[in-house]
Write a protein that binds this ligand. Structure first.
Ligand code: HPA
Length: 266
C-alpha cells in the first residue's frame, strides 16, 4: 500500500469509515457538524495533493456525521492549479485503499438555469466534461474504459433526495458542466452551456468522478450555487463572492447530507 494510504490508516486507528466527503470552495463549515472530529492537516500526510486555493482548508477530518462514520477531505486540488486532471488521483486511491466505498463530492458552482438560484443546492445527475481533459489519459490498463452511463449512483441520488425531503430543504437536480477555469466563463460560454444542456458550471468534480468510477467507488455529488453564470445578471463574478455565498448554501447542504447519510450508508 502507498505511503499516503498508510498515513491515513494510522490516523484512522480503530475507525473504519466507508464514506468519504470532499468539500468544495467555501464549504469547510460542514466540518462543524462532525462529532468527535479528528483533524489532520494535509501537510502531515505524505503524498496528499494540497490545494493552494483560498477557501480550502487543507485537512482531513475523521469522525461521525449523523451517526455515520465518515472521512472528510476539506479542500481539493483543482485541474487549473497544475494542468493535471489526475491531480486528485493519489488522494482517491488512498481512500479506496483504506476501505472507502462511497464518495460524496461537493462544489461551488454557477447556475445557468434561472430556476436554480444562488444559495440553493443542486444534486448532480450527470455531467459534461467540457474542458476536454480526462484524468485517465495515459492509464495503461483496460480499466481506463470506464462506463459513465450511471456515474452518479442512482440509489445514492435517491438517498440525497430523501434526506432533502426529510429536512424540508429544496434540492434541485441537474447537469454540471466542467470548465477548466481558473478564469470564469464569458457570457457567450454560459449561453452555450445552456444550449448544450447544462444547469450549472464549475471547475472541479468531473475529474474526481471519472477517477472514482475508475477505482470502483460509488459517487454522489452536489453543487452549492454561489452565483448566476456570467452575463445572466450583468454582475462581474469573483472568487470572493464564491467564498461569501458558499456557506449559505453549505448550511443547507449540511442539513440535507446529515439527513441523507443514514440512507447513503444503508
Ligand atoms: N463558474 C465556474 N465555477 C464557479 C462559478 C462559476 O460561475 N461559481 C463558482 N464556481
Amino acid at each position: 500500500m502507498g505511503e499516503l494510504a498508510d498515513a491515513l490508516r494510522s490516523q484512522l486507528g480503530a475507525r473504519a469509515p466507508r464514506i468519504a466527503l470532499v468539500l468544495g470552495s467555501g464549504l469547510g463549515a460542514l466540518v462543524d457538524a462532525v462529532e468527535e472530529p479528528k483533524r489532520v492537516p494535509y501537510s502531515a500526510l505524505p503524498g496528499m495533493p494540497v490545494s493552494a486555493v483560498s477557501g480550502h482548508a487543507g485537512e482531513v477530518v475523521i469522525g461521525w456525521l449523523a451517526g455515520v462514520e465518515i472521512v472528510i477531505l476539506s479542500g481539493r486540488i483543482h485541474y487549473y492549479e497544475s494542468g493535471d486532471p489526475a491531480a486528485m488521483r493519489p488522494a482517491l486511491e488512498a481512500l479506496k485503499a483504506i476501505g472507502i466505498e462511497i464518495l460524496v463530492l461537493t462544489n461551488a458552482a454557477g447556475s445557468v438555469n434561472p430556476s436554480i438560484q444562488p444559495g440553493e443546492v443542486m444534486l448532480i445527475e450527470d455531467h459534461i466534461a467540457f474542458s476536454g481533459r480526462n484524468p485517465l489519459i495515459g492509464e495503461p490498463s483496460d480499466a481506463r474504459f470506464v462506463g459513465m452511463t450511471t456515474a452518479y449512483d442512482e440509489a445514492l441520488r435517491t438517498a440525497m433526495l430523501r434526506g432533502a425531503v426529510k429536512v424540508e430543504e429544496g434540492l434541485h437536480r441537474g447537469v454540471y458542466m466542467w470548465f477548466s477555469g481558473p478564469s470564469f466563463e464569458t457570457p457567450a460560454e454560459i449561453r452555450m452551456a445552456k444550449v448544450l444542456g447544462a444547469d450549472a458550471v464549475g471547475m472541479s468534480t468531473v475529474p474526481e468522478t471519472i477517477l472514482a468510477r475508475f477505482l470502483g467507488l460509488r459517487v454522489v455529488a452536489a453543487s452549492v450555487i454561489t452565483n448566476m453564470g456570467a452575463g445572466i445578471t450583468g454582475d462581474e463574478l469573483s472568487h470572493t463572492e464564491t467564498k461569501e455565498v458558499a456557506p449559505r448554501g453549505g448550511a443547507r447542504l449540511a442539513r440535507i447530507l446529515a439527513a441523507a447519510l443514514p440512507h447513503i450508508a444503508a
